[in-house]
Design a protein around this ligand. Structure first.
Ligand SMILES: Nc1ncnc2c1ncn2[C@@H]1O[C@H](COP(=O)(O)OP(=O)(O)O)[C@@H](O)[C@H]1O
Ligand SMILES: [Mg+2]
Length: 234
């Protein structure tokens, strides 16, 4: 059984870990096992971004998602924000644990996060959610559930920041769960990105803080203006 109230944090060589305690399965062993066998697993939907891989792994009849994110942030302002707010994925394991403890059922579960200080890669182990991704045109159909899901996520100070059908799983029970949670910048501000993408792409309206919305609208407008001045198309 996963004990989401107990997150173990350790360092081993160059790698820093945080993982959920579980009496039956040691996530640290699962991590070692996966790394030893990398390449022998099923790669899901290899994303076009370099150094981001998602694998499906089977361990004693339980399916897990193993994700590698090797993205290194070069933009100075983003690096400063990351220094101020802490490592996104290490924050994520605590926030998702809180959601699991509250039995909120709106997102995936994160069991382990690791960061290799030398390669700058992040590794993560999630639960595999049975079901299927939503198609673009189904997003509006499930609008009410998606709205509830994202508003709930925001209440835990989490954001999607990449709203499209591929990042929502429809379970056989008919519930919607968010996956692939990422962030760049301040979360309170990124909530406005979710609101803008939901409204502009799918006509779904959610509540977000007015101040975040105002700043985003302003920077949106500013970016367009600066592209125009530089003679680029929108
Ligand atoms: N926890 C999960 N449960 C079920 N399927 C998943 C899970 N995580 C990822 N997937 C599948 O793998 C695909 C890619 O994963 P994602 O985390 O969205 O990676 P990317 O960063 O490449 O978009 C998803 O669209 C989904 O089909
Ligand atoms: Mg995705």
């Amino acid at each position: 059984m996963n004990n989401f109230a107990k997150i173990i944090e350790i360092e081993r060589g160059n790698i820093k870990f945080a993982y959920v305690q579980n009496d039956e399965i040691n996530y640290l062993d699962l991590f070692d096992q996966f790394l030893a066998e990398e390449g022998h697993h099923e790669l899901l939907d290899p994303s076009d971004r370099i150094e981001r891989y998602t694998y499906l792994i089977n361990h004693e009849k339980t399916k897990f998602i193993f994700k590698i994110d090797g993205g290194v942030e070069h933009r100075l302002e983003r690096r400063i924000i990351a220094k101020l707010t802490g490592d996104f994925y290490f924050n994520l394991i605590h926030k998702l644990a809180k959601i699991s403890l509250d039995k909120c059922d709106i997102a995936y579960e994160l069991y382990l996060v690791a960061f290799d200080k030398v390669t700058k890669r992040h590794y993560m182990i999630f639960n595999f959610i049975e079901g299927r991704s939503l198609k673009w045109e189904e997003m509006a159909t499930y609008g009410e559930q998606i709205k509830n899901c994202i508003e709930k996520l925001h209440s835990y100070n989490l954001v999607s920041n990449d709203i499209h059908g591929g990042n929502f799983i429809l379970t056989p029970e008919g519930t919607i769960k968010a996956i692939d949670l990422t962030n760049s910048g301040f979360i309170w501000l990124t909530k406005a990105n979710d609101a803008i993408e939901l409204r502009e792409r799918f006509g779904i309206k959610i509540k977000v803080p007015v101040i975040a919305m105002t700043i985003k609208k302003f920077t949106h407008g500013f970016k367009r203006l600066s592209r125009k001045i530089r003679g680029k198309k929108d």
